[in-house]
Design a protein. Sequence first.
Length: 95
Amino acid sequence: MEPRQAFGQALKRLRSSKHLTQEDFSQVSSRTYLSILERGLKSPTLEKIEHLASVIGVHPMTLLVSSYLLRDEASSQEDLFALIESELALAGITD
């Protein structure tokens, strides 16, 4: 699955799980743009991901992690987090 499609599915699933409509995002995005994102036709900027996540009430990383878990169906959440932890440690970013 393409990253844009995975992000769109993750966005739609999280939005639906919170019982939010596309109109509920009117302060941060048009309904048309949200539909385009959910259909995987465009990729959002980091700033837009942050705005969308704030409306849903989740951390922006929740959207991204959800996307990559959908994209890489064979990967588990634990495997993904272990990879991220090791890469952050190698970069000296973790405590």
